[in-house]
Design a protein around this ligand. Sequence first.
Ligand SMILES: *Cc1c(COP(=O)(O)O)cnc(C)c1O
Length: 390
Amino acid sequence: MSSTTDILHSIPVDELTGSLSVPVYQTATFVQEAPGVNKGYDYARSGNPTRHALESVVAKLEGGHSAFAFATGLAAIDSVIKLLSTGDEIIAVDDIYGGAYRLFTHVYQKLGIKIHYVDTTDDDNILKFVNQNTKLIWIESPTNPTLKITDIAHVSKIAKSINALLVVDNTFASPASQKPIQLGADIVIHSATKYLGGHSDLLAGIVVTKTEELSEKIKFIQNASGGILGPWDCFLAIRGIETLNLRVERQSETAYKIAHFLEQHEAVDQVHYPGLVSHKNHEIAKKQQKGSFGSIISFSLKDDTSENAVKFVTSTKYFKLAESLGGVKSLLCQPAQMTHASVPREKRLSSGIQDSLIRLSCGIEETEDLLNDIKKALDLISKPKNKLVV
Ligand SMILES: *Cc1c(COP(=O)(O)O)cnc(C)c1O
């Protein structure tokens, strides 16, 4: 259930007033007729109708049993780790989102949870660290910023065989293109700050659960820890989701054209985009990312210097220099000095993050405008310096 028709019409019309859009129930509490007698809501941390509407839509979108909305993507990730106990182990993708790495390593490791980071594109690497304490396998596909692809259906079989849960951070694909639960995942998480919200105007996180049992556990943690998403942000997220398919379709078409252009440009070294036949796991991406490869591209320059990357990222007109991705306005960044600045340079280089690597997030502007923007910025780098003097 995820055509635009289905999405729009799965958002409930307000029963009380007929309001076509979901009202923002900006309240902390709900009046009770007698102690414990209420209309389904008592206190807004435990439940809020605006949040409930968002959670239902995302559960349908991802084909899960339930969904839970959190204040940020990281709060959503945090709630999943709270399923574990001291002594449990996680096998996680090595180029995991930096904030998840920080949370796992600097918060949960201290509490006795062990994390093994491996390249999950090769299942031997996963099997090496499996033991009776392995409780979670945590993957992202595509990854940030080099867009590595892991075969989700394949890893889900490994997870099942060892009785571990498979968690997929689906932020970079979005449910417009990839539905990990259908591929065998037990839990899907999102930074709804990115594609789901889609307008770079809110922070939000989502956990989607496959089974009733997992739903009960996450619901308990959501209420117990309290990192819920407020009603106004729930409203904004619903509004964003209404156009998710249209946005991702347009953004992916543009990204494909730009990736293709970059691949043929003399100043460009490597281009990472799952839609390109040259991508190492293009066939797997084609199989699991139905219909679109997303709006994120990263590429490095032949003249691999940080100066060149800075020159590029500060000279585009429409691609604005900022962290985040997936929104209607195009953004770009230089991971080495921005999103991945805290990763030591040697580790960055070994995971393909050169100094000159540039990450693009294509928005919904006209494709030609974005292509010209990229062309002009590349000209500044590839033309001999003396010709630049006007
Ligand atoms: C941004 C991001 C997160 C964290 O989400 P926030 O909303 O910023 O807390 C998690 N995973 C991925 C893949 C992300 O891109």
